[in-house]
Design a protein around this ligand. Structure first.
Ligand code: TXA
Ligand code: MG
Length: 348
């Protein structure tokens, strides 16, 4: 299959409008379109079609029991596809459009193949203009997992989506670099309570302002025990894994620098390093990627997946990175990094 790549910077120009019409036509014919969102790129298909869902699973190499998120253009559109509640609308008012996905009981309009056989469906209203315009042009929700081949880091730019999916999708819309760079926060509604299944751009503190009862799934920070099941099937799979082993270093900034200097010497410079701005001066500049100022967690989020992809190209024996904090946006970084590292943390 030939993949057409189209750049869209604004949704107003005639070229952009034509590209969005073409993309919507592809979706109507059951094809696949990669679209930018503010979190990561998505691999989109018709959310009301079992055939499109099958195609998505195949293109991504994803087990078909791992459900897809359906993307809507406005919070009210959820009515057509799931059983909403007052709590949903309170979340929607606070965080939609934006990086929040809400899981609710599904209606029959969503095929079971989209939800991996579950009787719930995950709904998200993205803030990215291009994603919103495409959903509106199509007139139905778009089912979209992250646009990576299963097990690879989620793509935060069109080039990475193309690297993984060229030849497997009909069209890739290039809308530039994703603003957030980490996948959406996922919560499940259960009566008046929420369970946080995946942390993201909407923090736990922000959720606590809207709902009095928020619990955090164990899988967010802990390694699953043999045979343990969790509410979100995606949490059971190996994820965000570079080929090079990742080791997270738990200690102060000075310890981080001296540990890496020692290891670089010991291995003849065979360590890749993901660090804060300024630290590259001390850790040898070779095979080093910086992800922003020390306390700029938003910048770390935006650059993390690119850093993992790039660090993996250095041909090193190991990738070292700071163990992220668990507060605020840190929880999302911690969740992604601990999985990339297969829970390997070294105290220094
Ligand atoms: O930011 C995002 O959420 C991106 C963009 C493209 O919107 N999408 C994304 O999709 O990250 P994906 O498929 O890579 O991750 C969705 C996660 C999976 O781990 C899946 O298991 C979980 O959501 N999920 C989806 N529907 C679910 C449901 N009904 N119950 C429990 N977990 C669900
Ligand atoms: Mg994904």
């Amino acid at each position: 299959m030939e993949t057409r790549i189209v750049k869209i910077n604004s949704t107003d120009g005639e070229d952009a409008k034509k590209a969005l019409r073409d993309a919507a036509d592809i979706l109507r014919r059951g094809g696949l379109v990669v679209m930018p969102t503010e979190t990561v790129y998505g691999l989109g298909g018709d959310a009301t079609s079992a055939d499109a869902a099958e195609k998505i699973y195949r293109a991504k190499g994803r087990p078909s029991n791992n459900p897809l998120i359906i993307h809507i253009a406005s919070p009210e559109e959820a009515e057509g596809y799931c059983h909403t509640s007052l709590l949903y609308y309170r979340l929607a008012e606070a965080f939609m459009p934006g990086p929040l996905t809400v899981i609710m009981p599904k209606k029959d309009t969503v095929p079971l193949s989209v939800t991996g056989g579950l009787d719930t469906v995950a709904v998200r209203c993205p803030a990215h203009k291009v994603a919103g315009a495409l959903i509106r042009e199509f007139g139905r929700p778009i089912a979209a997992p992250s646009a990576n081949v299963s097990g690879r880091p989620s793509p935060t730019c069109a080039e990475y989506a193309a690297e993984d999916l060229s030849g497997r999708v009909d069209m890739i819309i290039d809308g530039g670099e994703c603003e957030i760079g980490l996948e959406s926060t996922i919560v499940k509604i259960d009566g008046d309570s929420l369970t946080l299944l995946r942390p993201g751009g909407i923090t736990l503190d922000a959720l606590n302002m809207i709902c009095e009862s928020v619990s955090v799934s164990r899988a967010v920070t802990e390694q699953l025990r043999e045979g343990e099941t969790v509410e979100s099937p995606g949490m059971m799979y190996r994820h965000y894994s570079p080929r090079t082993p990742v080791v997270l270093l738990d200690g102060g900034d000075e310890d981080f620098v001296s540990f890496i200097c020692y290891e670089q010497q010991r291995t003849g410079g065979k360590c890749a390093v993901i660090c804060y701005d300024g630290e590259e001066k001390f850790v040898g500049e070779k095979n080093v990627i910086t992800i922003g100022e020390r306390d700029d967690l938003a910048s770390h989020g935006k650059h993390l997946f690119t850093a993992l992809r790039v660090a993996d190209t250095f041909g090193c024996e190991v990738i070292y990175a700071h163990l992220p904090p668990k507060n605020g946006l840190g929880l999302a970084l911690y969740n992604r990094m601990i999985r990339a590292a297969a829970h390997t943390v070294r105290k220094i």
